[in-house]
Design a protein. Structure first.
Length: 248
C-alpha cells in the first residue's frame, strides 16, 4: 500500500481537516448537538474523541515500536472555547511528533498484524482519514456537509481495502470482486473470498461501485447511504460488504 501524497502533504491535510472539524463545531449553537453519523455522540464527544486520538498517536509516534497503548483521558464537558483549544493543542502535539519522527520511524499500530507498514508515515496517512471523516461528521451535525477534499478521498480509497478488509473477520459469503470506479479517474479492484472456499470452487461475482471518490469513501465508512452511487451487481453484496467491514 503506497500513497501518492508526500509526507509534508499528509501533515498539511491532518492540520487542515482537524481545523475543518473545529470550524464546524464552532459554528454549532452548542456542543450538545447530536452527530447523526455517530448517533451515540454529541459534538462535545466528537471534539473530545479527536483530542484523545491525537494525543494517543502523538505518544505512539514519540515512543516508537515500544509504545504501550494507554487511553488518554483529556478533560471532558468543557466549555466550547476550552474544548476547541485543547483539540488544537492535541493536533499540534501530533504534528510535532510526526515532524520529529519523519515518515520512516517504526511504530506501534493497531494494524501491525496486517500487511500495512507500521511506521510514522502510515500513521500520518491514516490520521488524514481520521480527521477528514470526523470533520464530515461535524459538518453533518450542523447541517452543512461538504465532500472530502479530492486528494484525501482518493488516498483514503487506496488505503481503505488494504487497512480494513484484511483485519475484518474472514469474508463469510461467496467470492466477490469489488471494483471501485471514481469519477475523478482512478479505480481499484479487490478480491474477497471465504477462508474455506466452496468445493467446487466458485468464480467470483462482481460488485462495481461508481461515483465521486468522496461519496465512495464515505459510503465505505458508513457515513452516507449508497443510493447516490451507480451500483452494478447484486445490491445485497453491498449490504454484506458494509456490515462485514471492521472499522478501526
Amino acid at each position: 500500500m503506497t500513497t501518492s501524497l508526500g509526507f509534508p502533504e499528509l501533515l498539511d491535510l491532518v492540520d487542515e481537516r482537524s481545523a475543518a472539524l473545529r470550524k464546524a463545531v464552532a459554528d454549532a449553537p452548542d456542543l450538545t448537538v447530536r452527530v447523526p453519523s455517530c448517533p451515540d455522540w454529541t459534538l462535545s464527544d466528537l471534539v473530545d474523541h479527536l483530542t484523545a486520538v491525537h494525543l494517543f498517536w502523538a505518544s505512539a509516534v514519540a515512543a516508537g515500536p515500544d509504545f504501550v497503548p494507554t487511553r488518554p483521558e483529556p478533560e471532558t464537558g468543557l466549555p466550547l472555547d476550552r474544548a476547541l483549544a485543547n483539540s488544537e493543542a492535541a493536533t499540534a502535539a501530533l504534528l510535532a511528533a510526526l515532524r520529529e519522527a519523519g515518515p520512516d520511524r517504526p511504530c506501534w499500530t493497531w494494524w501491525r498484524d496486517g500487511d500495512t507498514p507500521s511506521t510514522s508515515g502510515t500513521i500520518a496517512r491514516h490520521q488524514v482519514q481520521e480527521a477528514a471523516v470526523h470533520a464530515h461528521d461535524a459538518q453533518l451535525a450542523v447541517g452543512a456537509p461538504l465532500p472530502l477534499p479530492e486528494r484525501a478521498a482518493l488516498d483514503g480509497l487506496d488505503e481503505f481495502p488494504d487497512l480494513y478488509w484484511p483485519l475484518s473477520a474472514p469474508w463469510p459469503h461467496a467470492p466477490v470482486t469489488v471494483r471501485l470506479h471514481t469519477t475523478e479517474g482512478p479505480a481499484l479492484s479487490y478480491d474477497l473470498a471465504p477462508a474455506e472456499p466452496a468445493t467446487p470452487a466458485q468464480p467470483p461475482t462482481a460488485l462495481e461501485l461508481t461515483g465521486p471518490a468522496s461519496d465512495l469513501l464515505l459510503t465505505l465508512h458508513r457515513r452516507r447511504p449508497p443510493t447516490g452511487l451507480l451500483t452494478t451487481g447484486d445490491p445485497a453484496l453491498l449490504d454484506h460488504l458494509l456490515s462485514w467491514t471492521r472499522l478501526g
